[in-house]
Ligand binder design. Sequence first.
Ligand code: SF4
Length: 355
Amino acid sequence: MDAVCSHRRKTREVIVGSVVVGGASPVSIQSMTTTDTHDAKKTLAQAQDLFSAGADIVRVTLPDKAALSAFSKIANEAAGPIVADIHFDASLALAALESPAAAIRINPGNIGDNDIVDAIFVAAKKSNKAVRIGVNAGSLEKDIAEEPNTSLSQKLAKSAKRFSCRAEALGFTNYVVSAKVHSVKETISANRELAKTLPEVPLHLGVTEAGDAIQGTVKNAVALSTLLREGIGDTLRISLTEDPCLEVEAARALLASLELRMLGPEFITCPTCGRTKVDLITLAKEARARFSRLKKPLSIALMGCAVNGPGEAKAADIGVAFGDGYAAIFQAGRIVERVRAEEALDALEKRIDAI
Ligand code: SF4
């Protein structure tokens, strides 16, 4: 399919529960719950929402031992693989590896000394779980952080390589690596460096602390599309200071734009102009709410006038062009029905259901 991204890097397969990351698998979408893990009901509900929105893998923080039973219930009952997010406490990492979690995410820079990191890799191997080794600019090992004449991206890659070597020396290969920074430029150079340094290891992409819906989506889209177009990246999270379901929607839109994965409809909507006689912004939001969770890879157009609309959106699979009080439904480039404007979305839905 791939005119946009022509040469995906050949990485090995990493098994994260029911999802394969790397190899020839499609780039998977991740997100993270934002609820209190101690509240199993709320967190499970949010995890399920993320899976329904199109997430392949959901991360849930495991902040302390008291949250372990709630976490286990969530991982047991969730519709897809749950990753335990661990910081600082190696005993939590070991406990999570005995729980129903599919994987754990650790930052080796803050989890403890080398023996502890080794113990985690050994336990992950024994329990057939995956590990994300997440290196981070803020927690590089002292000797690497203080290296002169070494760029941040080289330091991140060096740190990742160090932990990767420890894992491989123990015969553990079911891991992915991420290097997270909040700068677009550094995200790109760090992942290019990782791809060079660890050619077989699947990479988890993302710009961390990227910001709200607009800034965060733009920063992630710039960084991640640059990398994906170079064939770098096996799984990703678009982190936003927002409802995490938006992260999943943004990730889906990014992968669809790059023609890497069509997970549902693509919306073609015009910006409106002086010709528009309806509230297209509200109608477009309603259409997105009604149709975005469809699993059909359709292009659906919503155009603000019947003069230019059908022509401009001719390539769409189906669409509606609004006139003054009426709407023309078009399909495969042909007007197939005229209805009153307020009936347009129902008419569209009926036809979409029949496709
Ligand atoms: S499709 Fe019609 S309403 Fe929309 S921007 Fe073009 S001319 Fe304006």
